[in-house]
Ligand binder design. Structure first.
Ligand code: ZN
Length: 416
């Protein structure tokens, strides 16, 4: 049984890694195919010079991604097959009575340690790759302080949460996982509200959009669409990156819309209005509760799976843990490390849903500003400024893209 479980692990790992590398290859070939003669639809929306830069940027990211994929797979295989996890677990107590705080510490500290091997890649991505294309605005000092801050905050939130979840089984018995689901889901809701209010300001400055013509125009749009925004926030994204964005967070009366300062610089008033209308569209079309509903199902399945694995002696044995004496933490940890091998194959389903939402929000934006043009101009400028790849392989975009490509969005906006 032990060998079978490890064999399944290896097969899943090879399949996922193989699929990732293969998709990268397909995408690379597709980008190269159009490198010198972009399709007509692309030529219409992006100047040639920008298109060439976007091809270079895509190919550079593609090379980086292949190395990163192989490195991640090698680390995971080494961690699972070497027996380092049960060995490390031994430091947190022998025998069957590890206190919850020690189990929680095992879980959190392992995840922190396992995040270290990817640090050089994060550094390279920011200070070599992004730098080369003029996107990096971060200093090394800021980058290091971001990492440390992230670690401290992650620990401060993650550690009490995992301890609470691990303690449940002692309090409520066999159905702890249903309670675990309820607690974790409430925690997600709470974070949707608290994250932009308390945590994001630790990294970025948020200022209300200043009084003036633009604010008046945007507030009118919010009133007209029944969004009733209290404030629109501007975030100093330019502190770290030249990439631009806008996003929507929270729900109910805690909802807020955030525009990056880089976006404000790149777009005109009408275009910003269209982008805001798109974000409001996500809210008005009920995308937030739908995503939350989906997330609830996933969380429930995850907790059910963890509870089942924790009861399965063969599972613990296969990964070198003693099922008689080990607590719940190894089941949580192994689930955290291994579930991606399975959920990877579900990502196209999530992306289908997400892309449907994007089309709906685009249509909403067009209808609420009265014409498609401002949004089209905004999307084109965003693609140019961010050097988006306009010719991804269809299979690649199906697996990885949560947003339709520019050409697809243009077509949808014009044809409706
Ligand atoms: Zn959107």
């Amino acid at each position: 049984m032990i060998n079978e479980v490890i064999a399944v692990f290896l097969v899943l790992l090879v399949f996922k890694t193989g699929a990732e590398l293969w998709l990268d290859r397909l995408n690379r070939a597709n980008v190269l195919r159009f490198a010198d003669s972009p399709p007509e639809a692309v030529r219409e929306v992006m100047p040639d010079e920008t298109y060439r830069r976007s091809v270079e940027y895509t190919l550079a990211k593609n090379r980086f991604s292949r190395v990163e994929t192989l490195w991640g797979a090698a680390i995971l295989a080494a961690v699972i097959l070497s027996g380092v996890l049960p060995w490390y677990y031994g430091f947190f107590g022998e025998g069957g009575d590890r206190p919850v705080w020690a189990e929680g510490l095992f879980f959190v500290s392992t995840l922190i340690l396992l995040s270290l091997p990817s640090l050089p890649f994060e550094w390279w991505s920011q200070f070599r790759l992004e730098e080369r294309f003029g996107f990096n605005k971060t200093t090394l000092k800021l980058w290091i302080s971001d990492r440390i801050k992230g670690l401290v905050i992650g620990f401060a939130i993650g550690y009490p949460l995992i301890c609470l979840l691990l303690a449940l089984v002692g309090w409520v018995g066999a159905y702890w996982w249903i309670w675990g689901f309820a607690i974790f889901f409430c925690f997600q809701l709470l974070m949707m509200v608290l994250y932009p209010m308390l945590i994001m300001p630790l990294f970025n400055k948020f200022t209300p959009l200043p009084e003036g013509e633009l604010r008046k125009r945007l507030m009118e749009l919010a009133d007209r669409t029944g969004f009733r925004a209290k404030t629109i926030q501007v975030m100093d994204g330019s502190k770290r990156s030249a990439h631009s964005n806008a996003f929507f967070t929270g729900f109910g009366r805690f909802r807020r819309i955030v525009l990056f300062d880089t976006l404000m610089e790149q777009l005109g008033e009408r275009e910003l209005e269209a982008v805001l209308a798109h974000e409001i569209g996500h809210y008005k079309k009920g995308h937030i509760p739908r995503m939350l509903g989906l997330s609830a199902v996933m969380v429930l399945l995850a907790f059910g799976a963890i509870a089942w694995l924790a009861e399965s002696a063969w599972f613990y044995q296969a990964f070198g843990f003693d099922p008689e004496t080990a607590g719940l933490a190894p089941a949580f940890l192994l689930f955290a490390l291994l579930s991606g091998l399975v959920t990877f194959w579900l990502s196209p389903l999530f992306n289908i849903m997400s892309r449907k939402h994007e089309y709906e929000a685009d249509a909403f934006a067009r209808d609420s500003v009265g014409e498609a043009e401002p949004l089209l101009r905004a999307l084109r400028k965003l693609s140019e400024k961010n050097l988006s790849n306009l010719t991804p392989h269809p299979l690649y975009s199906a697996i990885y893209y949560s947003h339709p490509t520019l050409v697809e969005r243009e077509a949808a906006l014009r044809n409706a």
